[in-house]
Design a protein around this ligand. Structure first.
Ligand code: FAQ
Length: 312
């Protein structure tokens, strides 16, 4: 069997491709692009919620939010580790992000204007992320699939804590309910955009589905998210900001109105409300943390021969 045939056989048998296996260069490249983009999203995704840690309305809410934001950093770590198994270093990935040569999710370029946004992000953004990531637990590359299993468990908590914030606000005073509605109004459409462009305009979907990196298309996942989320909005007594939204009896789906793809591409190109601020903050944090990396490296070098030391 040639390496190419073995690779195809692994995919056909629904087994996992592992770092030691031969894989086409384009498969490796696609995975590095997607996993890096995903890792960067987790790390930059700490910023919108991090913005509210000091202003959480109670100690309990603050402790939960700190834990959630910290989980996102952990997800970044698992994903950078998965990317490293493909032969690219974490430092290279940071450089590519900081130079604007790799992307992160469009959603994190929107501002968090009120406490209700913590509810909407957990409910909608983590909800959309899980819809995509449950699919990715079955992706064909082993280290990525395994990272996803753990991440999905944590994201489920995140989604529920967000929904619980929304529930509390929606059942609170008229002002609190209005805050919850305003957050839904602002986060609904950007959450639908997270799934990427429509299938007809998606550059990578066809090949990624063939390679079983993606098991479903952007539009399929978007529809699944809408079907799951609309009844949740109704339960909250809130209105989804889409006049065209309606239940389609024949297909058994909630049909939604047109998405503003011009807005999406503007955000992806770097012209969203917070793109510059997010990247500048990320670069600054990397520079501020240089002494920690230097100290860790110096410590590892000094104790390289010490059998009692775990290498850094
Ligand atoms: N934002 O051909 P496709 C989270 C780009 S994690 C920016 O369809 P693909 C957890 C795409 O890269 C959220 N760019 O691409 C959390 C490509 O450009 P390129 C992140 C986007 O890869 C919660 C071009 O458009 N999750 O939220 C976006 O087959 C709360 C054409 O697109 C992941 O990354 C976008 N939304 O499908 C953290 C999941 N969509 O690269 C903190 C893994 C598309 O050729 C707080 N990624 N583009 O220059 C994926 O599943 C896929 O990469 C898709 C896009 C589905 C995102």
């Amino acid at each position: 069997m040639t390496p190419e045939e073995r690779f195809e056989a692994i995919l056909a048998a629904d087994e996992k491709v592992e770092p030691r296996d031969w894989m086409p260069d384009a498969y490796r490249k696609t995975l590095i692009r997607q996993i890096a983009q995903h890792a960067h999203s987790e790390v930059i995704g700490q910023q919108p919620e991090g913005n509210w840690i000091t202003r959480a309305p109670s100690l309990r809410r603050k402790a939960i939010l700190v834990a959630k934001v910290q989980d996102e950093a952990g997800h970044g770590l698992y994903l950078y580790s998965a990317a490293e198994t493909l032969g690219i270093s974490r430092d290279e990935l940071q450089d590519l992000l900081h130079a604007g040569k790799q992307k992160y999710s469009s959603i994190f370029n929107y501002p968090t204007l009120s406490w209700a946004d913590m509810g909407a992000i957990g409910w909608l953004v983590d909800g959309a992320a899980i819809t995509n990531q449950v699919m990715l637990t079955r992706t064909s590359y082993g280290p990525y699939a395994r990272a996803m299993i753990r991440i999905c468990k944590e994201e489920s908590f995140h989604q529920r804590q967000g929904y619980e914030i929304m529930l509390t606000l929606a059942n609170g005073s008229a002002e609190q309910k209005a805050m919850a509605q305003d957050a839904l109004d602002r986060w609904w459409w950007p959450s639908l955009m997270m799934f990427g462009p429509p299938d007809a305009e998606s550059t990578h979907t066809e090949q990624s589905v063939k390679w079983k990196i993606k098991r479903e298309t952007n539009d399929q996942l978007r529809q699944r998210f809408v079907d799951a989320t609309v009844p949740q909005a109704h339960f909250l007594g809130l209105t989804v900001p889409d006049p065209d939204l309606h239940w389609d009896e024949d297909s058994g789906h909630w049909r939604f109105g047109p998405i503003d793809w011009d807005e999406f591409w503007e955000v992806v190109k770097g012209n969203g409300p917070c793109n510059k601020e997010r990247l500048a903050h990320k670069v600054q944090a990397w520079e501020d943390g240089a002494w920690v990396r230097d100290a860790a490296r110096a410590h590892a070098a000094k104790h390289a021969d010490d059998p009692m030391e775990v290498s850094a």
